[in-house]
Ligand binder design. Structure first.
Ligand code: FE
Length: 191
């Protein structure tokens, strides 16, 4: 477990640096993608942990430069790396779980709605194959039974929306107090 100030510094440093990186196959940077995702979450009045999960959902792509890659489409299992990294920094279980589950949401939606699969961007179709493809009916049923199923799907929706060139939204500084409040609790707390 890290000290709160140190954890915030780590998060802000990683996200600031992501301004230099493109969001795989999309016309925005990783930082723009993260900020837009959080912006859409905040706009719907989502809870802090959901807003921060949106901000941090792709952090697994940014923290492990030597991890196995999906053939130019980002870090393999970035959702698990990201969730584990956030837990280690002291974020609540729920927030880390939302981050870990954001790829499963895509696998679920492509199983449930074949039209959704057809609408995915080429990059997203490419990563889906690496991520296990659409869920099986059994996996889909188990996924629907998760207590935070709605939040996971909401995060996935904002993730898809967050590719807008030049969208005006909050900068990183806006989230610093929210990060601090969220990290001040310990373990199984809510933000
Ligand atoms: Fe994303």
């Amino acid at each position: 477990m890290h000290e709160v100030g140190e954890a915030i510094e780590t998060i802000l440093r990683v996200l600031k640096k992501s301004a230099e990186r493109g969001y795989i196959g999309e016309p925005v940077s990783q930082l723009e993608h993260a900020l837009q995702c959080a912006w859409f979450a905040g706009h719907t009045g989502a809870d802090s942990e959901l807003v921060l999960a949106a901000l941090l959902h792709d952090i697994g792509h940014l923290i492990a430069p030597d991890a196995p890659q999906m053939d130019g489409l980002g870090v393999l299992e970035h959702e698990k790396l990201g969730g584990a990294f956030l837990l280690e920094l002291g974020f609540p279980q729920l927030l880390a779980h939302l981050v870990t589950a954001h790829v499963a949401a895509k696998r679920y939606l492509t199983f449930k709605y074949p039209a959704y699969l057809r609408k995915l961007s080429e990059a997203s179709k490419g990563t889906l194959a690496w991520q296990g493809g659409p869920m099986t009916p059994g996996e889909g049923e188990a996924f629907e039974a998760l207590p935070d199923f709605d939040s996971i799907l909401a995060l996935r929706k904002w993730d898809e929306m967050a590719k807008v060139v030049g969208l005006a939204c909050h900068g990183l500084d806006y989230y610093e107090p929210m990060l601090r409040t969220c990290l001040i609790g310990q373990g199984d707390h809510r933000c």
